[in-house]
Design a protein around this ligand. Structure first.
Ligand code: SF4
Length: 82
């Protein structure tokens, strides 16, 4: 998977620890940064494709990514049955 978007991410000069928060407040701080990142979609798709469990990627928390993956799985199942 391509990673050429990474140097264009808004976080490129920030402390990576910001994106691996230990509580909900930290998640919100990271999400506010991601909200204005031009590479938000690429970042999210990278994390989903690579099953990245930890941290905020593409403006999503770990829980939100699990939800997206579950919804996509369900959509594929439904599509295969129709
Ligand atoms: S979406 Fe967030 S974590 Fe991803 S590249 Fe942009 S700022 Fe960094």
């Amino acid at each position: 998977m391509e990673i050429d978007w990474m140097p264009r991410g808004r976080c490129r000069d920030m402390d990576p620890a910001l994106f691996f928060p230990s509580d909900g407040v930290g998640v919100q701080v990271a999400q506010r940064i991601c909200a204005e990142c031009p590479e938000k979609v690429a970042c999210l798709e990278y994390a989903l494709a690579n099953r990245v469990d930890h941290g905020v990627w593409g403006g999503t928390s770990e829980r939100e990514r699990r939800r997206v993956l579950r919804q996509r799985r369900l959509s594929r199942v439904r599509a295969s049955r129709s």
